[in-house]
Design a protein around this ligand. Structure first.
Ligand code: LLP
Length: 403
């Protein structure tokens, strides 16, 4: 049974730090990392935590403390990773459509960089030639999962250099003496099917023939975690076996050893996170009972943005008689967290917990309706630490100028 926080621990956190609040269970992150290490123990592999899922410095420090590397999606994330104590050699920078200035800054810091356009590859090659190895993000033209919003490797996606443009990359390499060390793909989030990864590997094995200096194949992130009851995670043991088989086969065939990199975000932090809200108002409307909580799409947008399902628990009345509710937010938009959800009887003041909220929860929050961003708490060694205080009015005003 995976590690979990108890209702008592969650209630204590809500009572001590107020709601809405994100609570993260550090040891659960470690457990997931260890699951990955175990599944891939027979492969020459490195994991880079995709920081964009959750960037709180304390989480980054914790991820570092368990021995994981970090993947950043902006130069600011690179700076946060440095502040968290990561060495540049443990930092990877993979983004898209960024300015060349940012790439140069990352190069100055000395991190590994995956570049995702011919235009920036040219600029990089012209300026640095063979002196600084880089990765190229390819678009493999593979559809991953069902949700187009989080599928990034398909043939209409903005991400990466289309794999059919390899000739262009080779021309840049020849002209500028670019040192290409890594080929990268990231086909999307929530990829349950091991075959999708296998297809990606196939595309990369075909591509790597053209790049004799490539030493690393970076398969990105996207391991699925179960959101709905009964849903399954990516079978990482099966994936581990598949990756081992494929890379051993390739090494035998072509006599080249390739190291494998992964950039898991959700897999490491999603299940470690709980988002606790309090019910402000109950409203009856014909057949529907609305439970209006003290949060909304400003704090936790996944249900509204992706139609994502998150389990909800009424931890104030877990054995109450079940009824159907529409759980909604307090923002001046239709911000429905869940429709027709069967939950133990909800009373005003009850605490509702959204499970699986560690990844892309706080990270995608905003100040819409001039509401404060929630607090963040990390439970480590059984102790609750406030790792981000709830905002105050000054935070909303801080960057506004007098004229
Ligand atoms: N590597 C790259 C280059 C990425 O763009 C991403 C995620 C990851 C790794 C990590 O993917 P993960 O293992 O977390 O699936 N906000 C959406 C997910 C967007 C993911 C963006 N890129 C959600 O809440 O489902």
């Amino acid at each position: 049974m995976p590690l979990q926080l108890s209702n008592e621990q969650l209630k204590d956190a809500a009572n001590e730090f107020g709601t809405p609040v994100y609570v993260y269970h550090a040891e659960r992150i470690k457990e997931q990392y260890e699951n990955l290490l175990e599944a891939f123990k027979d492969t020459d592999v490195k994991f880079f935590y995709a920081a964009k899922a959750l960037t709180n410095l304390h989480i980054l420090r914790y991820v570092k403390s368990i021995g994981c590397n970090v993947d950043c999606s902006s130069i600011n994330e690179v700076k946060l990773a440095l502040l968290a104590g990561f060495e540049p050699s443990a930092i990877l920078y993979t983004s898209n459509n960024i300015s060349f200035d940012e790439i140069e800054e990352a190069k100055q810091i000395g991190v590994s960089i995956n570049i995702d356009s011919i235009s920036n590859l040219k600029k990089f090659g012209n300026k640095f030639g063979h002196r600084y190895p880089v990765g190229v993000r390819l678009r493999p033209n593979i559809m991953a999962g069902g949700n187009l919003k989080i599928s990034t490797g398909h043939s209409a996606s903005k991400f990466g250099v289309p794999v059919e443009d390899i000739d262009e990359i080779l021309k840049v390499q020849e002209k500028t003496n670019l040192h290409i060390r890594t080929l990268h793909i990231h086909t999307g989030s929530e990829i349950k099917d091991v075959e999708v990864f296998a297809k990606g590997i196939e595309v990369l094995f075909e591509a790597v023939r053209h790049f004799p200096e490539v030493e690393v194949i970076d398969l990105g992130g996207g391991f699925k975690v179960p959101y709905m009851p009964g849903e399954e995670a990516t079978d990482i043991e099966l994936l581990g076996k598949k990756v081992k088989e494929e890379f051993e086969w390739y090494e035998k065939k072509d006599g080249r050893h390739l190291q494998v990199w992964f950039e898991p975000g959700k897999f490491l932090v999603s299940e470690a996170g709980y988002f606790i809200t309090r019910v402000n108002v109950l409203k009856e409307s014909g057949e529907i009972t609305f439970a209006g909580v003290d949060s909304g799409l400003n704090h936790f947008i996944r249900p509204m943005f992706y139609g994502a399902y998150h389990e909800i628990e009424n931890i104030s009345n877990p054995s109450g008689k079940k009824r159907k509710y529409n759980v909604v937010g307090n923002i001046c938009e239709t911000d429905t967290f869940a429709e027709d959800r069967l939950l133990p009887e909800i009373r005003e003041g009850d605490l509702l917990v959204f499970r699986n909220a560690g990844a892309y929860g706080f990270e995608m929050s905003s100040n819409y309706n001039s509401r404060f961003k929630p607090a963040e708490v990390m439970l480590k060694g059984g102790k609750a630490h406030l790792i981000r205080r709830r905002e105050i009015l000054d935070d909303l005003l801080r960057s506004q100028q007098e004229i």
